[in-house]
Design a protein around this ligand. Structure first.
Ligand SMILES: *Cc1c(COP(=O)(O)O)cnc(C)c1O
Length: 372
């Protein structure tokens, strides 16, 4: 029998979350962001849930081709653009829209001779409005746009930037920079990530680019910031208790003996560790659900196991179900207790964890069977 760990992916939650995103930005078209293999969920698994998106955005050429092969005919955006000459032909063949963030990428396109009848490549010309990662500086943006407009291999030119801290409420400085630099240039605007979608209507513009909220994780990494949004977890990581120890006061649990019990305590050993993608930095106290009851991780997370306090669930024993994250414990809660954000945990789900795609229908059937 395989270890009892399992990740379940919920396309219905993603469909719902996309709907939430669209309702938050009703005037905008939406690129569903599925980089990093759909934030760890698996592009093929979630693809059916993205049907209502107006576009899909990601950054691996290979992933983009996979999406086209699934039958996607709407816009498909490469967020980091092209890396080498061979990429241009693929972008043409697969009708990719590509971000262009530097002169070298304009050079690549300028050096391209389109085959007779081939469609030029639509681009999103990226401005560095203060993030200081990718993009043309505001003062250089118009010149880049003029140059792009003169390149035969370039079709439509969209205008794009990315916020450094849409999650803590301060976007005006970047948005004002962007607006001033693009002025009245023609072309569709795209500036908002998930945080912009949820909290900055002023930044919605023509296209929004929600990523993390599609998966039910918080743009800030703080679970309670999305409490009122109705977003649902798209990934549930579950396992089971495979061992139980009853400790006497002053005894410790796990490597480094970081947790000592004060009163007699039943400890459950869960088949999940950092080699499954659960963060080793999770502190004692990190929430976890055993047999439907919230309790806490205690002691250090090891490679294949972690340990939990069974005090709140005295009925629990070997075989009891455990939710590491999902709808009962938000991935962001685990992330907060581990000094990271939900994005990282979702993306870091380990290959060795078996994954199952569930549907609401399947869940309802299981629940009905459990009641019967
Ligand atoms: C990742 C990414 C997004 C989506 O960000 P979220 O915070 O996950 O919504 C949007 N735009 C760009 C350019 C990105 O790289």
């Amino acid at each position: 029998m395989p270890r009892p760990i399992l990740a379940r992916i919920h396309p219905d939650a993603i469909r719902h979350n996309l709907h939430v995103a669209r309702q938050r930005a009703p005037q905008s078209r939406a690129f569903a962001v599925v980089k990093a293999n759909g934030y760890g969920h698996g592009i093929e698994r979630i693809y059916p849930a993205l049907a209502s998106a107006d576009g899909i955005a990601l950054l691996d050429l290979d992933e983009a081709i996979r999406v086209r092969e699934l039958g996607w005919t709407k816009p498909l955006l490469l967020l980091e653009g092209l890396f080498e000459p061979a990429d241009v032909a693929l972008a043409v063949t697969h009708r990719l829209t590509v971000a262009v963030h530097c002169d070298e990428q304009l050079d690549l396109l300028a050096a391209t001779r389109l085959a007779h009848g081939a469609r030029p490549v639509d681009i999103q010309l990226k401005m560095n409005s203060g993030m200081n990662r990718l993009g043309f500086r505001p003062h250089a943006y118009r010149a880049a746009w003029e140059r792009a407009r003169g390149i035969d291999a370039i079709g439509e030119i969209g205008l794009m930037t990315h916020f450094a801290n849409a999650d803590d409420g301060h976007i005006d400085w970047q948005l004002d920079t962007f607006d001033a630099a693009v002025g009245d240039l023609p072309g569709e605007r795209s500036v908002s990530n998930s945080a912009g979608v949820l909290w900055h209507p002023r930044a919605h513009r023509d296209w929004v680019r929600p990523g993390t909220i599609l998966y039910g994780a918080s743009p800030t990494g703080v679970a309670r910031h999305i409490e009122d949004t109705g977003l649902r977890a798209a990934m549930t990581l579950t396992s089971r208790i495979i061992g139980v120890q009853t400790l006497a006061p002053a005894e410790t649990v796990g490597y480094g003996r970081t947790f000592a019990v004060e009163q007699p305590m039943r400890i459950g050993v869960v088949a999940c560790g950092y080699a499954d993608g659960y963060p080793r930095h999770a502190k004692s106290g990190t929430p976890i659900v055993v047999d439907g009851v919230r309790t806490r991780v205690v002691g250090r997370v090891s490679m294949d196991m972690l340990t939990v306090d069974l005090t709140p669930c005295p009925q629990a024993g070997i075989g009891s179900s455990v939710e590491l994250w999902g709808d009962q414990v938000r991935v962001d809660e685990v992330a907060e207790a581990s000094g990271t954000i939900g994005y990282e945990l979702m993306c870091a789900l380990a290959r060795r964890v078996p994954v199952q795609v569930s549907s609401d229908h399947a869940v309802r059937e299981r629940e009905a069977a459990a009641v019967a």
